[in-house]
Design a protein around this ligand. Structure first.
Ligand SMILES: Nc1ncnc2c1ncn2[C@@H]1O[C@H](COP(=O)(O)OP(=O)(O)OP(=O)(O)O)[C@@H](O)[C@H]1O
Ligand SMILES: O=P(O)(O)OC[C@H]1O[C@H](OP(=O)(O)OP(=O)(O)O)[C@H](O)[C@@H]1O
Length: 300
């Protein structure tokens, strides 16, 4: 049972920001709030927390309910999965892809079945948490193939993958990230309905647009900082063109003179995932003093 023991008056004029209260997205959202310096104190078991440094009230909700609250205008801003938005079938603005909670919503069948195409499931039994998206998908196939009875889509709230083993389903529609859950249940994927990740969303008619843009900027800064490292090195001017090709930066690298006219110093942002390779390439063209720094926060 949730507890929202806060005086409604305390929420007046505040930006209401919905955060998943548990599950896969919870911890990453906490890191994002910390990086964006949205400080708050949450009393034990309380689902609303007032920010201690900004006019924001954080509302902790199940990820599945956040799109509806935001679309209805009860909440201004929220974080949830794109799968949850599509499943809720509501109109919200997707402001920033957050780069976590990445997975695919897939049709899965028992490895032992001879099913390789979603069309073979038409008229059969599907179990899923995503009934809207499944009905939309199989509804189209039903129209095309006109089975004797329509494909039967049944809802369960979790552990969907056991449905085939239990004899409740011929196939399931569920999320796959590493594929570990799917393989452990003796299932294989035959179709990807959608790819999803966590996103920052807002109500399209919010009265708090200016403040939302500010929070969006801060969150974009945290995301960029986690994707990039700062690279600094020295290079002979004769090799400057080659160096700039290796580290073009987001816009341009900063090139500064050194005491020795033959040399220049370069400072540039590099994608974290590429940093080792970039260092190898710079070394190969004679760069020296190559240093990589982590970025705490940035605006690009
Ligand atoms: N295995 C996964 N890998 C990456 N992202 C995932 C995975 N499972 C779910 N997600 C993302 O996280 C969102 C919330 O899923 P999750 O299962 O954590 O929610 P929950 O039902 O609120 O929590 P719980 O499963 O703990 O009850 C999903 O809508 C999806 O966007
Ligand atoms: O491909 P994988 O890396 O194994 O991840 C996929 C699993 O993760 C999610 O479930 P979760 O663990 O959140 O539990 P749930 O089944 O109770 O939703 C999803 O519903 C899958 O079962």
């Amino acid at each position: 049972m949730s507890n929202i023991n806060i005086d409604v008056k305390e929420l007046e004029g505040k930006l209401l920001f919905a955060i998943p209260k548990k599950g896969r997205l919870y911890q990453k959202c906490q890191q994002l709030l910390e990086g964006a310096n949205i400080q708050y104190y949450r009393k034990n078991r309380l689902d609303i927390a007032l920010s201690t440094n900004l006019p924001i009230a954080l509302v902790f909700l199940p990820a599945a309910d956040i799109p509806k609250f935001v679309a209805d205008g009860k909440i201004d801003l929220g974080i949830t999965g794109q799968d949850m938005i599509a499943e809720s079938n509501v109109n919200v603005h997707q402001l920033v892809e957050l780069g976590f909670g990445k997975c695919d919503l897939c049709i899965q069948v028992p490895v032992a079945s001879n099913i390789t195409d979603p069309k073979q499931l038409v008229g059969k039994r599907i179990v899923t948490t995503f009934t809207h998206l499944s009905k939309k998908f199989f509804g189209k196939l039903d129209e095309e193939l006109k089975p004797e009875k329509p494909t039967d889509i049944n809802y369960i709230s979790g552990s969907v993958e056991v449905s085939c083993t239990m004899g409740l389903a011929d196939g399931i529609v569920d999320l796959v990230e590493s594929g570990e859950t799917m393989r452990a249940a003796g299932l294989t994927r035959i179709y990807n309905i959608m790819s999803t990740q966590a996103v920052l969303i807002s109500n399209p008619h919010t009265s708090q647009q200016e403040f939302i843009d500010k929070i969006k900027g801060r969150i974009q800064g945290v995301i960029a900082a986690s994707k990039y490292v700062y690279c600094s090195y020295n290079i002979k001017r004769a090799n400057l063109a080659k160096a700039i090709k290796i580290t073009p930066g987001r816009k341009n690298p900063t090139v500064s003179p050194l005491e020795d006219d033959e040399w220049a110093s370069i400072s540039v942002m590099v994608e974290k995932k590429d940093s080792a390779e970039v260092m190898d390439k710079l070394e190969a063209i004679g760069a020296t003093d190559i240093i990589i720094f982590n970025i705490d926060n940035c605006r690009t």
